[in-house]
Write a protein that binds this ligand. Structure first.
Ligand SMILES: Nc1ncnc2c1ncn2[C@@H]1O[C@H](COP(=O)(O)OP(=O)(O)O)[C@@H](O)[C@H]1O
Ligand SMILES: O=C(OP(=O)(O)O)[C@H](O)COP(=O)(O)O
Length: 401
């Protein structure tokens, strides 16, 4: 990927008094009371915003939160305003929309160095469709574009890719630059043996990455919601666990390809199952080959933790995306915590450890181990796609340096 122009390359005159559309990834985990449970992504967005404020720009922040279908109050960005204001040291303004007359008025009233947060851009279906008219409406709010949303750079959406066609210059923010500098270097030439650990719940988007990973890694560990599609493909009973029915053939072929390529593909040998998706569910450990009817797998079991830990002992580079279980519920957090501890221990012995993804990073933060890792990335899917060798549309759209 050609080196992209950075916000740091712009001159004083390019920024002073200018309206800057800044795409950030503020897709942070919130609890049922809308408290932020991990603010890593907000903190990571601060350097670029402060730089723009300090250069007298009018900062227009745009982000998504979750995967809403239309306007959904639960996915409003409003709960983020107090923390963002606190971190920036200014009162961040917010409007109920991301386009339209009211937003335009707020932008017009913004002082130099002021910050406006637009409402969740995914409240419009046109965002994910990368609709040109919608992108034009977003672009019309500003004079130039800064993309600092590394976590969403693998999506060709209106606010991550489309707007760049209508705003010049379009440049990378400091977080985007930092992530690319680290990850491209680390994954282009990883110290071997190289292991990837993939879990979490975004099975349909991440299972596709596995095929490319098989060409890069020596060890591939699968856990979290990812594992049940592989179990079912092998004919195991999975109860009511998360399964992507239309990916069963893909899972079978991935198992065969791993064998043919000599990649050690490890699936959990035991599973912690629950009788409902809740913090107070009844739970028990069962072998992976037999999840009883009416039960769902919500974590990897103790035998799997032991096997995974032993296999990681031989590695020199590890990339991890996706928790091993539903770590938000204490009863199902042991697998994720054990992997986090193992990576922290190996980091101390010189192994390169890279953790990516909103929830994975939240889990590592919760365990108090983030500062032990080689790199904490704000992108899970984005870092996996980089590792595959893919070009990220949100980066490609920016001006070359
Ligand atoms: N066995 C499982 N069944 C259902 N959800 C799971 C399971 N294991 C993990 N998860 C969920 O996966 C979510 C994170 O997935 P994902 O978004 O893919 O990770 P990241 O944000 O790190 O990229 C967590 O909220 C976690 O509760
Ligand atoms: O949380 C995100 O990705 P991640 O879970 O892969 O780290 C990004 O905000 C992108 O979200 P999306 O996967 O709904 O496009």
């Amino acid at each position: 990927m050609a080196t992209k122009k950075s916000v740091g390359d712009l001159k004083e005159a390019d920024l002073k008094g200018k309206k800057v559309f800044v795409r950030v990834d503020l897709n942070v985990p919130l609890d049922d009371n809308f408290n932020i449970t991990d603010d890593t992504r907000i903190r990571a967005a601060v350097p670029t915003i402060k730089y723009l404020m300090g250069h007298g720009s009018k900062v227009i922040l745009s982000s998504h939160l979750g995967r809403p279908k239309g306007v959904t109050p639960k996915y409003s960005l409003k709960p983020l305003v107090p923390r963002l204001s606190e971190l920036l040291g200014v009162e961040v303004k917010m409007e109920n929309d991301c386009i339209g007359e009211e937003v335009e008025k707020m932008v017009a009233a913004l002082p130099d160095g002021g910050v406006l947060l637009l409402e969740n851009v995914r409240f419009y279906k046109e965002e994910e469709k990368n609709d040109p008219e919608f992108a034009k409406k977003l672009a019309s709010l500003a004079d130039l574009y800064v993309n600092d949303a590394f976590g969403t750079a693998h999506r060709a959406h209106a606010s991550t890719e489309g707007v760049a066609k209508y705003l010049k210059p379009s440049v990378a923010g400091f977080l985007m630059q930092k992530e690319l500098d680290y990850l491209v270097g680390a994954v282009a030439n990883p110290k071997k043996p190289f292991a990837a650990i993939v879990g979490g719940s975004k099975v349909s988007t991440k299972i596709g990455v596995i095929e490319s990973l098989l060409a890069k890694v020596d060890i591939l560990i699968l856990g979290g919601g990812m594992m049940f599609t592989f179990y079912k493909a092998q004919g195991y009973a999975v109860g009511s666990s998360l399964v992507e029915e239309d990916k069963l053939d893909l899972a079978t072929s991935l198992l065969e390809k791993a064998k043919a390529k000599g990649v050690s593909l490890l699936l959990p040998t035991d599973v912690v199952v629950a009788d409902k998706f809740a913090a107070d569910a009844n739970s028990k450990v069962v072998p992976a080959s037999g999840i009883p009817d009416g039960w769902m797998g919500l974590d990897i079991g103790p035998d799997s933790i032991k096997n995974f830990s032993e296999s990681l002992d031989t590695t020199q580079t590890i990339i991890w995306n996706g928790p091993m279980g539903v770590f938000e519920f204490e009863k199902f957090a042991a697998g994720t915590e054990a992997v986090a501890k193992k990576l922290a221990e190996l980091s101390g012995k010189g192994v390169t450890t890279i953790i990516g993804g909103g929830d994975s990073v939240a889990a590592v933060e919760k365990a108090g181990l983030a500062d032990k890792m080689s790199h904490i990335s704000t992108g899970g899917g984005a870092s996996l796609e980089l590792l595959e060798g893919k070009q990220l549309p949100g980066v490609l759209a920016l001006n070359d340096a």
